[in-house]
Design a protein around this ligand. Structure first.
Ligand SMILES: [Zn+2]
Length: 341
């Protein structure tokens, strides 16, 4: 697929079954450790909700084919997808065989992608998705299953129904209520959608990039830290970078607006009503300091992870870097590079 404009692509997201009324049989056996059954839709809707978020963040348009808690008929799910002419239909499910736990190693396990026997683009997408779903939590990859299912047979676009584990496998049943697993499934499917359409996947949290102002900067004043002060990539909370400026350190300030002070590297520190640092503006008659040479400041040491030419993200702290490299190592890669930013 050569299409790279995510906002021209609409994805139909379908959370299998509904909570009310509960589709008969669509729940786990009673689970002693949590003292209840888990309805299949409890998992399906959570993953679908995460998936909608993921896809929207990556720029796609999304149509939910079974919104809300109530169950929707298979006909209405298909009709919504066909009426909206979505480009791809994704249905989220959790599998079951005999509805009882048979003990460790005896129950079926794993995830699978179910498509119409005609294959085609559904199969192309299904295979990409299985590759991504095989990352992260260790589960058996049961592969592509070609069978006649109402939603995949009657939707007019490529359609894949995912069964992401088995409700009657004790270990996998517990994954249904594991938020990190739900999120991981959604992320992996979103990555597959991105790969299928040639769109760059946008991770949820990327260390914000500090943009150093170009050209000569004019010093406006000086800030002396009253305590350890967190630095930010932009003048807004939520954009923190791994830089902390220590109590007692002095920094030149090149811009001051709305309580945010820009430092030489382009990073910002908030004054926090004067609690974070003492700011002294340059006196009017004092000539502006020549700033063609950067003052002594410790640099933010960001390192970028690049997998097969695709930038995964830039990371300032070791732990984050290591986690992302490990994640990349588990993928189907040819080359992983770590470079200084
Ligand atoms: Zn189902």
């Amino acid at each position: 697929m050569a299409n790279t404009q995510a906002d021209e692509i609409e994805i139909g997201v379908d959370d299998g079954h509904g909570l009310a009324p509960l589709t008969p049989g669509k729940r786990t056996p009673f689970i002693q450790s949590i003292g209840r059954f888990i309805p299949e839709n409890e998992f399906n809707r959570a993953v679908a909700a995460y998936l909608v978020k993921e896809l929207k963040r990556c720029g796609f348009k999304v149509v939910e084919t079974a919104p809300g808690d109530q169950d929707h008929s298979l006909e209405s799910r298909v009709k919504r997808a066909n009426d909206a002419k979505v480009d791809l239909f994704i249905s989220i499910h959790f599998n079951a065989v005999d509805g009882k736990f048979d003990g460790p190693g005896k129950d079926p396990e794993g995830f699978s992608a179910h498509i119409d026997p005609s294959g085609g683009q559904s199969e192309v997408f299904a295979k990409i998705a299985l590759k991504h779903l095989a990352k992260g939590t260790v589960q058996k990859n049961r592969g592509v299953v070609k069978q006649q299912l109402y939603v995949t047979a009657n939707t007019k676009m490529p359609a894949v129904l995912f069964e992401l584990g088995f409700m009657d496998n004790n270990r996998e049943a517990l994954l249904m209520v594991d938020k990190s697993f739900q999120k991981e499934c959604a992320q992996e499917i979103a990555m597959a959608v991105c790969e299928y359409y040639g769109v760059t996947y946008k991770p949820e949290k990327e260390t914000p990039q500090v943009v150093k102002p170009s050209g000569k900067q004019t010093k406006k004043g000086e800030a002396v830290m009253l305590r350890d002060v967190q630095a930010y990539a932009r003048p807004e909370f939520g954009t923190q970078i791994p830089t902390i400026i220590k109590k007692g350190e002095k920094r030149n300030v090149y811009d001051a607006e709305n309580g945010w002070y820009r430092l030489y590297g382009g990073e910002y520190i908030p004054s926090n009503y004067g609690k974070n640092f003492i700011y002294t503006p340059v006196k009017k008659d004092e000539p502006p300091e020549d700033t063609s040479q950067p003052p002594e400041e410790h640099k933010v040491n960001l390192r970028r992870v690049v997998v097969d030419g695709k930038r995964i993200g830039s990371f300032g702290d070791e732990e984050n870097l290591e986690r992302n490299v490990l994640q990349a190592l588990r993928s189907n890669f040819k080359k992983i590079e770590v470079e200084d930013v």
